[in-house]
Write a protein that binds this ligand. Structure first.
Ligand code: SAH
Ligand code: SF4
Length: 351
């Protein structure tokens, strides 16, 4: 029997392991709570299970925490972490801390789902570096648990309230681990984060979007659209060559029909793609779609040649969409002073 990652186990899996090891089955739930709710980093921190039982459990279960390589704090409260995994690979993770006065204690963690990414979007630091490997469910959940543990040292009542799968990697290309991580984070004996407080962001992996609508219609979905014309989107998001806009939009309609959920469409704006015609094309593409547009000024990544648009252009772009009756917001810019765009920190470190 192989060793299993403890942080990736659901309560019923731990109960089963306890049974196999000849331990009392309620130890399974106790262990689950220590790991997923109290976010312990090591076996020594577990108090109500005997040393002998812990020894037996550790013969089957592996508990490890991510090694923090770097923490950067932005002026706006955003904290960005660079973590080293057991095999030496590095991932990034961001905590966006909203102050109590702005919104009631919202603490959002942006997690990575892969080391690198195979999609290769033109503006993305993660894409430029290529794909290395998928993260396990334990490694995905581990980002939330380790950040929780860290912040609780300053603020014992700290609780993550929202998760966005918008860090490094394409979540729908690591489907099983992402869905398992969501189940773990949602568990009421764990972090108990509501399904509707978690959002998967995808570049448009069409078959997996439909699968998600069946497997988990509660979790939020964001689609990285970025352009409303195939020729432009082919350049920005190479996945578009496989699943072009007409098919992607048809899938979005189907997704909304199946889930009754509003999709968030992310549109990264550069100095080149923020013209009136582009806004009009986008308005036409989204007509009749249950959705919301989130405009994100591009975070310039060295070597991509992409520049930020002038804020006036973003306002005019938003106005065209609003005039067409489309709900639109501009993403609050967070952590721009700490290279918060995905993959930028790892690149700086390794480069
Ligand atoms: N792979 C998924 C999720 C991770 S990327 C996806 O592509 O949706 C999360 C979001 O960050 C995406 O909308 C992506 O297009 C955007 N992004 C990546 N690099 C960026 C940059 N340099 N500036 C602004 N947004 C960026
Ligand atoms: Fe991958 Fe998303 Fe970056 Fe594109 S934007 S390369 S899909 S992580």
């Amino acid at each position: 029997m192989g060793i299993i990652e403890l942080r990736g186990c659901l309560d019923n899996e731990l109960i089963e392991i306890c049974r196999e090891l000849g331990l009392k089955q309620f130890r399974g739930l106790q262990l689950f709570q220590w790991v997923q709710q109290k976010a312990v980093l090591s076996w020594d921190e577990i108090k109500n299970i005997s040393k002998d039982d812990l020894q037996t459990l550790s013969s089957r279960l592996h508990l490890y925490s991510l090694e923090q390589v770097q923490e950067q704090r932005s002026k706006d409260g955003t904290r960005k972490y660079l973590f080293r995994l057991e095999d030496g690979e590095m991932i990034e993770c961001v905590l966006m801390d909203y102050s109590r006065t702005q919104s009631r204690d919202r603490h959002t963690v942006c997690v990575s789902t892969q080391v690198g990414c195979a999609v290769g979007c033109a503006f993305c630091a993660t894409g430029i570096e290529g794909f290395r490997r998928n993260l396990s469910a334990a490694e995905i959940v581990g980002q939330v648990l380790d950040i929780t543990h860290l912040i609780r040292q300053e603020d014992p009542d700290f609780q993550v309230t929202n998760i966005v799968f918008m860090g490094m990697g394409e979540p729908l290309l690591n489907y099983d681990s992402v869905l398992k991580a969501i189940k773990l984070l949602n568990h009421e004996q764990g972090q108990a984060i509501g399904m509707r407080r978690m959002t998967i962001s995808t570049c448009g992996v069409v078959p997996r979007m439909l699968q998600l609508a069946k497997d988990n219609p509660q979790v939020g979905l964001a689609v990285s659209l970025h352009a409303a014309q195939d020729e432009i989107r082919n350049q920005l998001v190479p996945m578009n060559r496989r699943y072009p806009l007409a098919l992607l939009m048809e899938t979005c309609h189907e997704y909304s029909r199946m889930t009754h959920r509003r999709i968030t469409f992310e549109v990264a704006l550069t100095a080149e793609n923020t013209r009136r015609e582009e806004a009009e094309d986008l308005a036409r593409l989204l007509k009749g779609q249950l959705g919301h547009v989130n405009l994100i000024p591009i975070n310039p990544v060295e070597g991509t040649g992409m520049k930020r648009p002038d804020p006036e252009k973003i306002k005019r772009f938003a106005q065209v969409l609003e005039n067409a009756g489309i709900s639109v917001s501009s993403r609050e810019e967070r952590g721009t002073d700490i290279n918060a765009a995905c993959g930028q920190l790892r690149r700086q470190w390794e480069g």
